[in-house]
Structures are given as structure tokens and as C-alpha cells.
Write a protein that binds this ligand. Structure first.
Ligand code: FAD
Length: 400
């Protein structure tokens, strides 16, 4: 597949080639085996990802990271997702996440641990009643002396049990009206041991139809006590370059979602590419009416449409990732890249199943996994509808 374009310098092509070889040789066999068992990414494989440097792509070299930008993060993510979306996802739970603490020495230590794959977290933003409407978060953190006491529920928290920490969005004060609904929301860094929940926190597994490899939990906080300096709040906002004022932690969370949306676009493109590459091979191997099905125009045109849509999504993603690295405001563009790539991936992986005929509807071929995983990408990190709200608000002003 030709990849050369404006954005791909020789260095970036080398980064891409290394990630591609790792994904094909090591991630893909694992995915085929473990997805069927609904099993998590094994601990020793996390160490292997750490050896590759993928938990520290965006962490400066002085802390043991590779010191690259969002563009390279997206480049590597596409390669990993082409093999298994869950591996492409787990790197987002390191890469500096959960290191926005005030103490410089502690921050340096956490960055080193993050780059080494020893500080892998979970994000607890969503709640049963607060999904798209994140400003409606009800989980409360009440100050009690030197501690905060956390009470409430969180839904959809991936990797919560295996995590070294949970980034929690919780309410310390009542919300404001309209534009200030995010007021009173703060970020907390909850440190925990791997493979156990601390006292005051329980988790139930949510049984999903895909995205295996990372178990997703419904969490109940029942008076969990954390030290007062677990509150990141304003410091997290400063690290994310968001405007000062009410609701800064909430704004910081939304800024983080911009990078998350580029990352999700990359995941979707990787899945679509998996479907295309597998379908190209199948179209040449499968014979009907005495000819490979790739000789029929109906199949050829499907493949042409799939390849065209992937190229278009990737071109948009490259442009937005580069602009993000250049420090431009990209809220609308990140939403566009996420929307376009994920809806594309759902269509393209669905066409992949069609090209595989009956074999596409079995677990013998990876294309069904690509479709199941792609189906999620239009839902998490902000649904397609919410991306359209963000984009249309930028075009027309906020609707009332
Ligand atoms: C497998 C999985 C893993 C996840 N992992 C995490 C995680 O690790 N951490 C975390 O915090 N969250 C996570 N999420 C949560 C995810 O981000 C939410 O599911 C998502 O934001 C949608 O929220 P919701 O499910 O509550 O849907 P709702 O917000 O209830 O939406 C339902 C429908 O209404 C539409 N809708 C809602 N509001 C509007 C509107 N204003 N205009 C138009 N349409 C609207 C939506 O687009 C959707 O179609 C995960 C979700 C899943 C399924």
C-alpha cells in the first residue's frame, strides 16, 4: 500500500514500518486467539508494548519516552489497531495520562513510570446518567480534613481493575447554569494497586459484544477516601492549556478529548484497513463461477470504494494531527476527523464482511472482529451525533 505523502517524512515512515512489523508479527496472532476468549491483553504483553516504547510515544526522552507528537501517536495507533484495537487503545492509558501532579519530582517519577508501562490507568468520566452530557456528572467528592470522600457511580470504565490509577471526574460543588454547567467538576487521580479495588470501591464487569482485551467496569464508589492532594483540578487544566475561569477541570477534560478523538480516528482507520487488506486477499483467493470473486465488478467496486474512503479519512486525520502538534485550536477539526473516520470504518468493515460472504459471518476470519470493534468507535469518545453538535455549533453558534 503506497503511503508516501506530504506528511510522511523518512523518520515517520520508519516509525510506521516498525509499528507495522510489530503489529503483524506479534499483535495479530494474539488478537485472533484472545478476542475469542474475551480475555485481557496479558501482563507480559504489556511489557512487550513498553519495550517498543509505545506507552511513552508523547513523553519527553528525558523521562524515558520517545518524545514524539500527536502525529506519530496517530501513525502508530493506526498500525496497532489494524491488528487489534485493544492494543491501540491501551497505549492511551499511559503516554502521560495521570501525571499532572504539582510536585515536580513526583511528576517526573510518574512520567518515567508511564513511559515504562508501569503507570497504566483508567478513565472514569461517564456515569449511568452522564454519557454525552458529561456536565451532568453526579459522582461527589466531599472534603473531610486531609481527605476527599468519594460517593457515586461510574459506568464504562475500561481497565479499571488492572489499572495503577483511575482518573476520576467528580463534583465538588453544585453546577452553574447553561455555559457554566461544568462548574464544580474536578479531576482526581486515584492511585491503586493493580488487580484489586481499594476499600470503598467495587466494580462489576460489563459484558460487551466486542472490544475484548480490555475489560470494562461499572464502578460504585461508596465512601472511598483519598488524600486531599489527589485533586488535580486546576493543575490538570494548566497542563492542558485551557482558559482560566469556572469549570477549568471540565474544560481540560474536553481538551484531552481532542487528542482522544484523533486517536479514535486512527483506531477506526486501522480497523478499516484490516477489513480492506483481508478483503483484497479473499477476493483473489475465493473462486465462484470459475473465477476469483475479485474479477467481478461488484466486488472490485466495493474494494475501490473502501480504499478511497480510507484514504480520505487518513488525509483528514493527518492534517488534524499535524495542526494539533502545531498548537492550533482543533476542536471542530478533531470532531470532523473522528466523525468521518469512525462512520467510514463502520461502513468499510461491513463491506468487508459482505465480500467474505458466509465466511465473513464466522469467527474464523478477523473481519467480524474489525466490524464489532469499528461499531464501537462511533459511540465512545463522543458519539457521532455529539461530533455533529460540536461541528454545527462552530458553524452556526450554539443551538438553544
Ligand atoms: C465499550 C465502551 C467503553 C467505554 N469506555 C469508557 C471509559 O473508559 N471511560 C469513560 O468515562 N467512558 C467510557 N465509555 C462511555 C462512552 O464515552 C459513552 O458511552 C458515550 O459518550 C455515549 O454516552 P451514553 O452511552 O451515555 O449515550 P447517551 O449519551 O445516552 O446517548 C444515547 C443516544 O442519544 C444521542 N444523543 C445524546 N445527546 C444528544 C444530543 N445533544 N444531540 C443529539 N443526539 C444526542 C447519542 O448520540 C446516542 O445516539 C465507553 C463506552 C463503551 C460502550
Amino acid at each position: 500500500m503506497s503511503e508516501a505523502n506530504l506528511y510522511l517524512t523518512p523518520d515517520r515512515l520508519a516509525i510506521q514500518a516498525r509499528a507495522r512489523a510489530f503489529a503483524v508479527q506479534e499483535v495479530m496472532p494474539l488478537a485472533s486467539e484472545l478476542d475469542k476468549q474475551k480475555a485481557d491483553i496479558p501482563r507480559d504483553f504489556l511489557s512487550r508494548i513498553a519495550e517498543m516504547g509505545y506507552f511513552g510515544i508523547m513523553i519527553p526522552a528525558e523521562y524515558g519516552g520517545i518524545g514524539l507528537g500527536v502525529f506519530e501517536y496517530a501513525l502508530i495507533t493506526e498500525e496497532l489497531a489494524r491488528a487489534w484495537m485493544s492494543v491501540a487503545s491501551i497505549i492511551a492509558r499511559a503516554n502521560g495520562m495521570g501525571t499532572q501532579v504539582a510536585n515536580p519530582e513526583r511528576r517526573a517519577d510518574l512520567l518515567r513510570r508511564s513511559a515504562a508501562g508501569r503507570w497504566i490507568g483508567a478513565a472514569a468520566l461517564s456515569e449511568p446518567q452522564a454519557g454525552s452530557d458529561l456536565a451532568n456528572v453526579q459522582c461527589r467528592a466531599e472534603r473531610d480534613g486531609d481527605e476527599y470522600v468519594i460517593t457515586g457511580e461510574k459506568r464504562w470504565c475500561g481497565n479499571a481493575l488492572a489499572a495503577d490509577f483511575i482518573m476520576l471526574l467528580a463534583r465538588t460543588a453544585e453546577p452553574g447554569e447553561d455555559e457554566s454547567r461544568g462548574r464544580g467538576l474536578e479531576s482526581f487521580l486515584i492511585e491503586k494497586e493493580r488487580d484489586r479495588f481499594p476499600q470503598g470501591l467495587t466494580g462489576g464487569v460489563i459484558d460487551k459484544i466486542g472490544y475484548h482485551g480490555i475489560t470494562t467496569y461499572h464502578l460504585v464508589f461508596d465512601g472511598l477516601r483519598v488524600p486531599a492532594d489527589s485533586l488535580l483540578g486546576a493543575r490538570a487544566a494548566e497542563a492542558s492549556h485551557v482558559p482560566r475561569g469556572a469549570g477549568r477541570a471540565f474544560n481540560a477534560t474536553l481538551h484531552g478529548l481532542n487528542i482522544a478523538r484523533i486517536h479514535t480516528a486512527a483506531r477506526a482507520i486501522g480497523l478499516a484497513r484490516g477489513a480492506l487488506e483481508d478483503s483484497l486477499a479473499y477476493a483473489q483467493e475465493r473462486v465462484q463461477f470459475g473465477r476469483p470473486i475479485g474479477a467481478f465488478q461488484a466486488i472490485r467496486f466495493k474494494l475501490a470504494d473502501m480504499a478511497t474512503q480510507i484514504e480520505a479519512a487518513r488525509a483528514l486525520m493527518y492534517q488534524v494531527a499535524q495542526r494539533c502538534d502545531d498548537g492550533e485550536p482543533i476542536e471542530k477539526e478533531a470532531a470532523m476527523a473522528k466523525l468521518f473516520a469512525t462512520e467510514m470504518a463502520e461502513r468499510v468493515t461491513g463491506e468487508g464482511i459482505q465480500i467474505h460472504g458466509g465466511n465473513g459471518y464466522t469467527t474464523e476470519r478477523a473481519v467480524e472482529r474489525y466490524w464489532r470493534d469499528a461499531r464501537l468507535t462511533t459511540i465512545f469518545e463522543g458519539t457521532s451525533e455529539i461530533q455533529r453538535v460540536i461541528i454545527s455549533d462552530r458553524l452556526l453558534g450554539r443551538s438553544r
